[in-house]
Design a protein around this ligand. Structure first.
Ligand SMILES: [Ca+2]
Ligand SMILES: [Ca+2]
Ligand SMILES: [Ca+2]
Ligand SMILES: [Ca+2]
Length: 266
């Protein structure tokens, strides 16, 4: 407005002294972090197994985001004091994404449906965002009743005849014949003419952890110099020592193989 103060100038037109322009205040560009997706390796998992998953953090805003933390938790929204795991998210440009992996131990979860929550910038709200209310995403998964492992010796391979005093070499296959959880490491033992037990055995092999259907071939040998001429039986027993693997069936762990010791001179 011209001559706005005290009308110091008498004018022919006092009504045309004002002009205006309009302008719009726009929001400053801001980041907007979101969890774009969560991908579990399976939506149904046996209790005791590990659930692997991946998730992707995206900056869907109009300004870059500084580095921050994403977190996850089962059956509870994620915040600074509620999380089971976390990953550091790099600084992300507009439209930038970063994918992470995580694991959930299901051994402490009840059988039934559960929810995996993931949140972007969950810890201490490091990034000021245009929308702080869209940082969480969740997926459901099902925990099924556990099926224990079941170890068995599924075959024994050796010569059926050995001369007294010679070494009988043999191999055998230990298999987790269960359709469920993996078996941890254990020991297989063997003995001649009787089943081995924890304190009576001729020898042993360590068995690796075996997932359902997994096998391991082991080999060993027997000195026959103290065996009588005639028929003998090799007993091989999986998990013979300290019952290290709790199995669905503990009574199928022994397999036998019959062989003949012959006189050296026949
Ligand atoms: Ca956000
Ligand atoms: Ca934030
Ligand atoms: Ca068994
Ligand atoms: Ca066992």
């Amino acid at each position: 407005m011209a001559d706005y103060w005290n009308n110091l100038v008498g004018e022919s037109n006092e009504a045309n002294n004002v002009q205006s322009v309009t302008f719009t205040v726009t929001a400053a560009p801001q980041a907007d972090l979101e969890v774009a997706s969560i991908t579990p390796a399976a939506t149904s998992i046996m209790k005791g197994a590990v659930l692997n998953f991946s998730y992707t953090i995206e900056n869907d805003g109009t300004a870059g985001a500084a580095a921050n933390w994403s977190g996850f938790m089962v059956d509870h929204q994620v915040d600074s004091t509620h999380y089971q795991g976390f990953n550091q998210t790099n600084a992300l440009p507009v439209g930038g994404t970063q994918t992470f992996t995580g694991t959930i131990d299901t051994s402490t979860l009840e059988v039934g449906e559960h929810t995996l929550h993931v949140a972007a910038d969950y810890w201490n709200n490091i990034v000021g965002e245009s929308n702080e209310a869209n940082n969480g995403l969740s997926v459901t998964f099902n925990v099924t009743a556990p099926v224990p492992p079941d170890l068995a010796v599924t075959s024994i391979t050796a010569a059926t005849t050995v001369a007294q005093g010679d070494t009988l070499d043999f191999s055998y296959v230990v298999k987790n014949i269960g359709d469920g959880l993996p078996a941890g490491t254990s020991w297989a033992g063997f003995r001649i003419d009787q089943a081995p037990d924890q304190s009576n055995y001729a020898g042993f092999n360590q068995t690796n952890g075996l997932s359902a259907g997994g096998t391991q071939t082991l080999s060993n040998s027997i000195d026959t110099s103290h065996l009588s001429v005639g028929e003998h039986t090799l007993y091989v027993m999986t998990d013979y020592w300290n019952n290290m693997v709790t199995e669905g069936n503990e009574s199928n762990n022994v397999r036998t193989f019959t062989f003949n010791v012959t006189d050296l001179f026949t």
